[in-house]
Design a protein. Structure first.
Length: 159
């Protein structure tokens, strides 16, 4: 993570600041921009990082589900009977990946809520607490947090 974002997060953890006050903390780093513009850019960057992280978690979780379905080392080949028996897992894995993209494209609240549901369904389908379902679930929760940060105009760490 760039040092300027680490510094911005450290400042925001101590106190809630408006964009102008946040930007003023980095006045020597962004000549030609107003304090408000610098502060806004730092907040947008933070929100994009949260959205990217939620995308990664959900897509990796969905990918793990698909890898589990397509793992043919035990059966030798994939046929329609095999895919039919594993259809729920296949649909949930593809759905998780599509929801990750949906969240990243700007629908973090709805996508996050649906990803939480898909994550729970993956956990129920696998009948154990597995990595794939947990990643999708956490990615969905992070998507909801990202949506809240974007809608309130605030940072996840303050103001």
């Amino acid at each position: 993570m760039p040092a300027i974002l680490e510094q911005a997060w450290a400042v925001l953890q101590d106190q809630a600041l408006c964009d102008e006050c946040l930007g003023r903390q980095f006045a020597k780093r962004g000549h030609g921009f107003s304090n408000a513009q610098r502060g806004h850019a730092l907040r947008v960057t933070e929100k994009k990082l949260l959205a990217a992280l939620s995308l990664l978690l959900v897509v990796i979780g969905g990918g793990l589900v698909l890898l589990g379905v397509l793992n043919v080392s035990n059966i030798g080949s994939i046929d329609l009977d095999y895919l039919g028996a594993r259809a729920a897992e296949l649909i949930l894995g593809i759905g998780a990946i599509l929801l990750g993209i949906y969240m990243f494209k700007g629908h973090a609240s709805t996508g996050g809520f649906l990803a939480v549901i898909v994550g729970v369904l993956i956990l129920v389908e696998s009948q154990r607490i597995g990595l794939a379902g947990t990643l999708v679930l956490l990615g969905g929760v992070l998507g909801i947090i990202t949506a809240e940060a974007q809608s309130s105009g605030s940072s996840a760490f303050g103001s």
